[in-house]
Ligand binder design. Structure first.
Ligand SMILES: *Cc1c(COP(=O)(O)O)cnc(C)c1O
Length: 447
């Protein structure tokens, strides 16, 4: 076992040490990768060391270097050293936080992270927390709690009677919501034609004044957003909460990456009102820089959260214990909070704020540098860590991104913004430094 672990650690170190020089990504087809990695399923087992060494060698051309600071596509985030190491231990320990009896340690770490996250994000320390695969399931969980609560208020016992025949629930979303909101709602029995879609401003922020027509006093859920995936803009959360709560509506905030602004004294003003929301989804694997997979749902109404998720089984001992399965849709699952604990403790309060502030300062620096170029147009107000640019026309912008993706020095993706093709630059890796930014700017200028 020691030999296998040492060899694996050496492979990991080799990968991490190559981060400065290896291509961020290589164009490679699925067929090529399957051919490189796959063999026929062996009848006889293969030596574990050989399995791991072959895998590391053969998978290499298809590995995308989302860590290391030169990846600016989507909103990805790198991996902090302490988080990576703690995540190794989580796999080694094979802990299941679904039930207290299966890991008092994982339960304790989830409880500690719950307290720390409430503190960092400036929400009341009474909020409940569930550790999910990502913001998709955090959105699902928060919206499930919302659905339970608004139907309970309308006198409907959702857990017993189900959704058929229930009073209609009005779900209000901004035109610029993330696609995972639609999918979460679909899983919850709410289809796309049933959404009340409200207008957004030029940065993609929900217009709070446009909410009025949809707030009629019936069971209502408002889905707000902190961090538009294109512009980084944050909805006016305080005004949305005030208006929605005046009519008894639940406010869920999809804050996958943007809610981390709340952890920075400098940027906190962007998320004013977050503490008055009813539920919040955030990602760990994006801006907090923990490995995949990790998201967190926080909820101002622990009872609604738990009733919506609760797994009832006679053999589960419950009193005074934390069962992870009460707070997420999963039963057994990965102990992903160990990595969250390690990330938060290794950064400290100041380190979390600095991580967020530094990314935002780098985004501003990138925008200012590029805006000085004749053929570059910066399309958004850079208030957070997202920069949207356009080079000439749609065709030229697409070609530039494709050339950069082929080259491998850095990675940028395209998006569509207000009907035009744009390149999206997301700064969310603690490892992004001046050299990485120079590489990005040079790649764009040469493309
Ligand atoms: C990334 C993202 C999601 C989905 O998060 P996953 O971690 O991929 O599940 C949801 N909402 C927003 C705003 C995001 O940026």
């Amino acid at each position: 076992m020691d030999e296998l672990l040492d060899a694996t650690a050496a492979l990991a170190a080799e990968y991490l040490n190559s981060a400065g020089t290896r291509p961020v990504a290589r164009p490679v087809s699925l067929e090529e990768m399957v051919a490189a990695i796959g063999t026929d399923l062996p009848d006889e087992g293969v030596d574990p060391l050989r399995v791991v060494q072959d895998l590391a060698r053969d998978a290499d051309p298809g590995l995308v270097l989302t860590t290391g600071g030169r990846f600016f596509g989507f909103v990805e985030g790198g991996v902090l050293p302490a988080a990576r190491a703690a995540d190794w231990l989580a796999s080694t320990w094979d802990q299941n936080p679904g039930f207290y009896a299966l890991s008092p340690a994982a339960a304790a770490v989830e409880e500690i992270c719950r307290r720390w996250l409430c503190d960092l994000l400036g929400v009341p320390g009474t909020w409940s927390a569930g550790f999910t695969t990502g913001a998709q399931l955090a959105n699902f969980t928060g919206l499930a709690a919302a659905r339970h609560h608004v139907l309970t208020e309308a006198g409907w016992d959702l857990e017993r009677r189900g959704l058929f025949g229930a009073p209609p629930v009005t779900v209000v979303v901004g035109r610029e919501r993330h696609a995972t909101i639609d999918r979460a709602l679909r899983f919850l029995g709410i289809g796309s034609d049933q959404l009340a879609v409200v207008d957004v401003d030029d940065q993609g922020r929900m217009r709070a004044d446009a909410l009025a027509t949809h707030l009629t006093g019936g069971p209502t859920i408002v889905c707000a957003q902190a961090g538009n995936v294109n512009t980084g803009a944050v909805d006016p959360l305080g005004e949305i909460c005030d208006r929605a709560h005046a009519h008894g509506a639940w406010v869920h905030v999809d804050g996958a990456f943007g809610a981390w602004a709340a952890a920075s004294p400098e940027l906190k003003h962007l998320t004013d009102g977050l503490e008055r929301a009813d539920s919040l989804a955030i990602d760990g694997h994006k801006w907090l820089n923990v490995p995949y997979d990790c998201g967190v749902v926080l909820c101002a109404r622990p009872d609604a959260h738990r009733t919506a998720m609760r797994l009832a089984a006679d053999y589960l001992v419950r009193d005074g214990e934390r069962h992870g399965s009460d707070w997420t849709p999963e039963s057994s699952r990965r102990a992903r909070a160990f990595a969250v604990y390690a990330a938060l403790r290794s950064l400290g309060r100041l380190g979390v704020a600095q991580l967020v502030e530094r990314s935002c300062a780098q985004a501003r620096q990138i925008a200012e540098t590029l805006a000085a170029d004749d053929d570059v147009e910066v399309l958004n107000e850079v208030t957070l860590n997202q920069v949207l640019i356009r080079l000439g026309d749609d065709e030229r912008t697409r070609r530039a991104a494709a050339a950069i993706q082929r080259d491998g020095a850095t990675w940028l993706g395209t998006t569509s913004w207000q009907g035009r093709v744009a390149i999206r630059i997301s700064v969310s890796d603690y490892a992004t430094d001046d050299a990485a930014i120079e590489t990005l700017v040079a790649a764009l200028r040469e493309s």
